[in-house]
Design a protein around this ligand. Structure first.
Ligand SMILES: [Mg+2]
Length: 230
């Protein structure tokens, strides 16, 4: 068999980041009375927040900003979109978010079925740019931690996907060979092109069918399609 090892990304691939964030932020909005402070609706806030969060995560990935800046600045910037310039509020929301979001447990459709199918056939690991403590909490709370032998975070390796060193670290750490491994993830740049750059085959999880011109090993829009591939 060609593969013996599967590396999974976590956020937006298995753990439904957007749904879980929405749940956490809806509770936070009511705790901090955001709708009485000039934000017209939760939906408006989420739309701004998701764009800002995505952009700041990219900056974090490129080592332009720190973890601390990412945690608080995303809320400060989102609040400012509604003319609320309140760093204290942003800090409180940032802290609340970090202590509530990892306890949300929504996974992508068919995640458990697919992990059940794969677990006997392959050794499974996580490679994530997320934070050490947060990612372990998410895996444990959503009850999928037992499927994975190693959880490799960028905090632990010192490198972030798509940096080749993150993948080399992961291969070394798990005793895996690039030619017998496959990477599954939702980020074309971080997961797919990163894996490709070190000779690891890839499955691009692309539920929104985003357009691109890259040559990939496989592309799926539902995790259950993995059963036909692996
Ligand atoms: Mg991801």
């Amino acid at each position: 068999m060609q593969y013996d090892t599967i590396f999974f990304d976590l956020d937006h691939t298995l753990w439904d980041f957007e749904t879980n964030s929405k749940e956490a932020l809806s509770e936070i909005a009511s705790t901090h009375q955001l709708l009485n402070k000039g934000i017209p609706s939760l939906q408006h806030f989420l739309e701004e927040y998701f764009v800002i969060n995505e952009k700041l995560w990219e900056d974090y990935r490129k080592n332009i900003i720190s973890k601390e800046t990412l945690r608080y600045d995303r809320f400060h910037q989102a609040l400012k979109k509604f003319d609320i310039d309140d760093f204290e509020l942003a800090t409180a929301i940032g802290n609340d978010y970090v202590s509530s979001a990892p306890y949300k447990t929504n996974l992508f459709p068919n995640a458990i079925e697919v992990l059940e199918y794969l677990k006997g056939k392959y050794t499974l690991h996580i490679i994530t740019n997320g934070f050490e403590e947060t990612q372990h909490l998410k895996l444990r709370n959503s009850k999928i931690d037992h499927y994975f032998d190693h959880i490799i975070t960028s905090e632990r390796s010192g490198f972030k996907k798509p940096d080749e060193r993150m993948f080399h670290f992961s291969l070394r750490h798990t005793n895996a060979k690039s030619e017998n491994s496959i990477m599954i993830g939702d980020s074309l740049e971080a997961d797919i092109l990163g894996a490709k750059s070190v000779g690891i085959n890839q499955v691009y999880f692309n539920p929104e069918e985003k357009e691109h011109n890259e040559e990939l090993t496989h592309e799926v829009k539902d995790l259950k399609e993995l059963i036909g591939i692996l």
